[in-house]
Every structure is written in structure tokens, then in C-alpha cells.
Design a protein around this ligand. Structure first.
Ligand code: 5AD
Ligand code: SF4
Length: 438
């Protein structure tokens, strides 16, 4: 019998990295590895990295510095770099950080067991190919695990949009959709293990066009089919581009009960001049009209977005246009970032906005967005919502779950993990709601 070995994974960045880390853990599980949350006892340490904004590579090097004493004490310990920094800077990491034993890009995770064995033989493999085969076809079936009622499921990867600030088309590669039958099988297997809510993942998830039994399917069609699975109660998807928000997907928001009333639809800026410079291929007005159509289909939908301030060339008037768009749309949730020049992207060649100007704009925007977040959340008080319970709360007898609108809700209840109950919202705290069973 092979000896059990321990794997420690640290995950940075987006939900797709969270999903990928799980799949890597499963792939290594088939090789006899069990996961640990203590790097000191690991035989293999993996950093699943993110390259989307600044200081990504620096973070990796400083994290590696912290592992130096572990490696000195136990030279058998293997350290691997996965994810988008691995993809972008794999060779350089190998040169700069002798303690790294392997580098694996996001499209090569199915080769991780092989790469680990090579590392054990003293090789230092770097695999950042975009292989012709689909990694998902070569990853093990998802094994039973401790019951968690929510799960991510990657349906689409990569991006062909080439927004001028973004590294994703380079690190994750061209847009690829997984075939319908694999997704349905994976979803059914998750539900069989107790999953009640699935979030479909893709960098451009609403551009999904996977092969189905009768030609390519849209995301809307996939959602409608998934909604037929008994026991699957909730469906979400993220992240979307406004230009791929098709009529059938908007209609699905009004027609499919299991599709939750929450949508993350980044706009990045409210200025047409900046949107053009970002290569977003839509206008602010077009986005606002689109939101109106989505709200007409599903009036109670909570909207979320991403914003970048301080994009090269952004004037005060451009920034005010972003503030105006936010006031028009009213977001229930949003993420805002200071522009960060990414090597290799077109925008990185342009003259930057002064950092203090960008900082001031970010503060203003975040103040407005958190005000809207709080208002939307407070508007839930008195309403009836459904809550999927995920874990016990801090107080005795209390459980915490997520509402259909994705708010954390604390309820005193005997409901079990994985149960969905109707709840009346009684109070709104800074980052969660409280409610009572109906
Ligand atoms: N600088 C700042 N923010 C960025 N994002 C992507 N690239 C950059 C960058 N270079 C933000 C966008 C995107 C989110 C995932 O990260 O808002 O939607
Ligand atoms: Fe990046 Fe999203 Fe634009 Fe694609 S659509 S380039 S992932 S910001």
C-alpha cells in the first residue's frame, strides 16, 4: 500500500481558482494524498496563484520565502506553483526561486500527478502548455466529500474579448466551453452527494456554447436543463460580459425559478470614451438599457458589478460618468479596483493617471457603492426569502445560510446543513441579515 501523504493548497484570486484547487486536490487524492490546512506537515505545497492585478508575482515570492525554513528542515518537501502567475511567469519563477519544484499552468492540472512524480525524481518540470486535450476529460470523477450544500462547476474557460487592461486572455487562453453531457453528469454527481446549489463558472460564462446532442447549446438552455435535476434547488452563474447577455438568458431569469435573482455583470466604467479605450465594445447607455431589460424580466434581481478607476486617460468627467452610471443602476454588491498595469496588455503602454488621483476616485466610488450595498441589504428587512443553510452560526442554536439574493442570513433554527427554509428577515447588520423561520 502506498503511504498517505499530505497536500497543502493555498488559493488566491477568483472562484475558478477555488474550483481548480478542489479538482487538483482530487487528482492528487487518487495518488494517495490527503489535504491538510497546515503547511508544516505537508509533503506537497501548491500555491494556486492569481495574476489579475498588481503585486501578484511579488506575493508568490514572499510566500515562498515563508516556506524556506520548512524546505530546509525537510528537503523531501515539494513546492509547486499553479494558476495564472505560473502560466505567465513560470520559467522566471523557476530561475528566481530555487525552492520551487514544479510549475503547472491552469490548462495542465490533469498532468499534476505526473509532474509531481517528475519533481520527486529531482526534475523541475514546467508545464504551461495549452494542450489540445481537455483537462476535465483526464481528471478523476469527483469523489465523495464532506457534505457542503453549495458547489462550483466550471462550464467555460478562457476569454476572447481582450479588454485592453486584462491578462485573462493570455493566462487562461481562448474561450472553450465544456460539452453539455459532461456538465450534466458532473452536476448530477454533485447533487447525488448532497449539493443543492451550483454556481456555473466561466471567465465569460454567458458566452457558453458547449456541444450538445443537437448542436451547440447556450447558457440559457444549459440552465433550463440543469433546472430539471431533482434535488438541485438553486442555480447561479458568474462572470458575465454585457455583450453576451442574450434574450434567452434574460428570459430565463424570469422563467426559471431555480435561477437565483442575483447577477454579476461588470461594466468597468461609465464613460464611453474609457469603455472604448478598454475595448469593451459597448456603451454606458447600452449597459443601462440592458439592465432595464433584465429588471423587467426579474424585478427583484440584485445586481453586482466590477469597476476600474484610474484607467489611463481617465479624466474627472470620465470618472463622474462612472459615478452617474452607478447612481442610475443601483448595485446591491460591487467590486472596485484601482487600475493596475499588467505586463503584455495594450493599456500598460499608455500614460498612467497619477496614483493620488486614482486613490481619491476609488475612495469616492467605494463610498457610493457601500451606501448602495447597505440600502439594498436593508430593503430586505420585512421580506420573506428562502435560505439555504450552510453551517452553524456563532450563537447557540443558530445557523447561517445564504438567501436567494446571496446575502448571509443568521437564523435560530433546528434546520440542518443543506436544508432550504422560508425565512422572514428581521434585521440588517453590516455584512449579514438576521431572520426567523416562517
Ligand atoms: N487593473 C485593475 N482591475 C482589473 N481587473 C481586471 N484587470 C484589471 C487591471 N489590470 C478587474 C476587472 C475585472 C475583475 C475581475 O478584475 O474589474 O472585472
Ligand atoms: Fe478580462 Fe473579462 Fe475582459 Fe475577458 S471580458 S478580457 S476576462 S475583463
Amino acid at each position: 500500500m502506498t503511504q498517505t501523504r499530505k497536500l497543502f493548497i493555498k488559493t488566491y484570486g477568483c472562484q475558478m481558482n477555488v474550483y481548480d484547487s478542489e479538482r487538483m486536490a482530487e487528482a492528487m487524492g487518487a495518488e494517495g494524498y490527503v489535504t491538510t490546512d497546515r503547511p508544516e506537515e505537508a509533503d506537497l505545497i501548491l500555491l494556486n496563484t492569481c495574476h489579475i492585478r498588481e503585486k501578484a508575482a511579488e506575493k508568490v515570492y514572499s510566500e515562498l520565502g515563508r516556506f524556506k525554513p520548512l524546505k530546509a528542515a525537510r528537503p523531501d518537501l515539494k513546492i509547486g506553483i499553479a494558476g495564472c502567475v505560473a502560466q505567465a511567469e513560470g520559467e522566471e519563477i523557476m530561475r528566481r526561486a530555487p525552492i520551487v519544484d514544479l510549475v503547472v499552468g491552469p490548462q495542465s492540472y490533469h498532468r499534476l500527478p505526473r509532474l509531481t512524480r517528475a519533481a520527486e525524481r529531482g526534475e523541475r518540470p514546467v508545464d504551461t502548455d495549452f494542450p489540445a486535450e481537455d483537462k476535465f476529460d483526464h481528471l478523476p470523477e469527483r469523489p465523495a466529500r464532506t457534505i457542503r450544500p453549495t458547489a462550483f462547476l466550471t462550464v467555460q474557460e478562457g476569454c476572447d474579448k481582450f479588454c485592453s487592461f486584462c491578462v485573462v486572455p493570455y493566462t487562461r487562453g481562448a474561450e472553450v466551453s465544456r460539452p453539455v453531457d459532461r456538465i450534466l453528469r458532473e452536476a448530477q454527481a454533485l447533487v447525488d452527494k448532497g449539493v443543492r446549489e451550483i454556481t456555473l463558472l466561466g471567465q465569460n460564462v454567458n458566452a457558453y456554447h458547449g456541444a450538445g446532442p443537437d448542436g451547440d447549446w447556450t447558457l440559457a438552455r444549459l440552465v433550463r436543463e440543469l433546472a430539471q435535476i431533482d434535488g438541485l434547488e438553486r442555480i447561479r452563474y458568474t462572470t458575465s460580459h454585457p455583450n453576451d447577455m442574450s434574450d434567452d438568458l434574460i428570459a430565463a431569469h424570469g422563467e426559471v425559478d431555480k435561477l437565483m435573482p442575483y447577477l454579476h455583470l461588470p461594466v468597468q466604467s461609465g464613460s464611453d470614451r474609457i469603455l472604448k479605450a478598454m475595448n469593451r465594445k459597448h456603451t454606458a447607455e447600452g449597459y443601462v438599457r440592458l439592465i432595464e431589460r433584465i429588471r423587467a424580466a426579474r424585478p427583484d434581481i440584485v445586481l453586482s458589478g466590477d469597476f476600474i478607476v484610474g484607467f489611463p486617460g481617465e479624466t474627472d468627467a470620465d470618472f463622474q460618468a462612472t459615478m452617474d452610471l452607478v447612481r442610475t443602476v443601483r448595485y446591491g454588491q460591487a467590486y472596485s479596483f484601482k487600475y493596475s498595469a499588467r505586463p503584455g496588455t495594450p493599456a500598460a503602454e499608455r500614460d498612467p493617471v497619477a496614483p493620488e488621483v486614482a486613490d481619491a476616485r476609488l475612495q469616492q466610488l467605494q463610498a457610493l457603492l457601500s451606501e448602495q450595498q447597505r440600502e439594498t441589504q436593508d430593503s430586505m428587512v420585512g421580506r420573506e426569502v428562502s435560505v439555504l443553510f450552510e453551517k452553524p452560526g456563532r450563537l447557540p442554536g443558530q445557523m447561517v445560510g445564504k438567501s436567494d439574493h446571496l446575502y448571509a442570513v443568521h437564523v435560530v433554527t433546528d434546520a440542518a446543513v443543506g436544508e432550504i427554509r422560508r425565512v422572514r428577515i428581521t434585521a440588517s447588520a453590516p455584512h449579514s441579515l438576521a431572520g426567523e423561520l416562517i
